[in-house]
Design a protein around this ligand. Structure first.
Ligand SMILES: Nc1ncnc2c1ncn2[C@@H]1O[C@H](COP(=O)(O)OP(=O)(O)O)[C@@H](O)[C@H]1O
Ligand SMILES: [Mg+2]
Length: 342
């Protein structure tokens, strides 16, 4: 990836160098031609074959006519680039996702109309957890999960422990339905994920990835993307649970500090805790945490795991980690070894 970026930068540099030399060459030719014209007209004037106004007309016409011509010729350069860029944007837009979205709306108790009774029913009934049944999954030829089964009990913290590369992240991605399973089934809240409307599935799950991505916005808004319209109190509450509140208060503008202003000064652990704050803010029954403590010291790890334990009374939590200390808060632990339970 870095190699490709470097290559691109080098190519762009040589392209602009080429354009630059081309432009200076054209300008030089125009300048020489203009002087040539001036000399020619003066020579003709001296011979008496041309009047003074002839010199003026010719030289001015010569100089004046080249501007637009040059602009027109560089237009083709710019136009080529514009068209190529446009093509790339369009090809991105035309990409088809690996997993097809299931349309349909989310049934919430706020919904009105025909569905209101059914949604009230759903709101009353407790979240039913999630389950993997004989799941088989491969990226291409490499089988990652081989007839894997696992149950996520509602209201419990389920730990998944295993070495790096054993397929833990893959399992979470299958729960999110980033890919479809090749065998068996993955179900959330009692329904196969292939039958749940995508928006509803996203609303049920909070996924904290191994790498938290921050947007160029304030810290508060970065946390609030988990719940649009969240109040400042809610955001602070989530940040406290994620053990990042005290750090945010030390920043010059607190919660209104722009992430961009901080440059790269946020550590991996701080970003990770912002990601966890998002998960606490997103009010959903199923929380998927992928190595949430990998960049944290034991103090912050302790605080976060305690908050998790408290909020887990109402939620179903999957805690993926290769650390044994993190597994201590889990109610049950699955050991993962090359996609098999052991
Ligand atoms: N998008 C992908 N395409 C191909 N192979 C992948 C992809 N993601 C992960 N893998 C491979 O799948 C295996 C399991 O990865 P992962 O689920 O991330 O393991 P873990 O989270 O336990 O470290 C690894 O060997 C990894 O190289
Ligand atoms: Mg992983």
């Amino acid at each position: 990836m870095t190699g490709q970026s470097k290559n691109l930068a080098e190519m762009q540099e040589s392209l602009s160098k080429m354009e630059g030399s081309q432009r200076s060459f054209t300008n030089m030719v125009i300048l020489l031609a203009s002087f040539g014209m001036l000399a020619l007209t003066i020579w003709l004037y001296a011979k008496g074959e041309m009047g003074f106004e002839g010199i003026l007309t010719c030289t001015i016409a010569m100089m004046g006519s080249f501007g637009p011509v040059v602009a027109l010729s560089s237009l083709s350069n710019n136009l080529n680039q514009t068209l190529a860029s446009g093509e790339r944007v369009l090809s991105l837009l035309e990409e088809t996702p690996l997993v097809e979205e299931i349309p349909g709306d989310v049934e919430t108790s706020a919904d009105q109309g025909v569905n209101s009774e059914e949604s009230a029913d759903r709101a009353d009934r407790a979240f039913a957890g999630a389950e993997a049944e004989n799941v088989t999954f491969a990226y291409g030829a490499e089988t990652i999960l081989d007839s894997y089964s696992m149950k996520l009990q509602p209201g419990k913290i389920t730990g998944i422990h295993g070495a790096s590369g054993s397929g833990k992240s893959t399992l979470l991605k299958l729960l999110m339905r980033f890919w479809d399973v090749q065998g068996g089934s993955m179900s959330v809240d009692g329904t196969d994920v292939r039958k749940i409307p995508t928006r509803h599935l996203r609303d049920m799950e909070s996924y904290v990835t191994q790498e938290t991505h921050l947007f160029h916005d304030s810290i508060a808004n970065n946390i609030a993307i988990a719940k649009p319209g969240a109040s400042r109190e809610e955001i602070m509450e989530a940040a406290k649970k994620a053990s990042i509140h005290d750090f945010i208060m030390t920043l010059p503008k607190g919660y209104d500090t722009e992430v961009g202003e901080l440059g790269d000064t946020l550590s991996g652990g701080e970003k990770q805790r912002i990601g966890i704050a998002r998960a606490f803010l997103h009010d959903c029954p199923l929380i998927l945490l992928d190595e949430p403590t990998s960049n944290l010291d034991s103090l912050n790890e302790g605080i976060i795991l305690r908050s998790l334990k408290e909020s887990a009374r109402k939620k179903t939590v999957v805690l993926v980690s290769h650390r044994v200390s993190t597994m201590n808060v889990a109610d049950m632990v699955y050991e993962m070894e090359n996609g098999r339970i052991s």
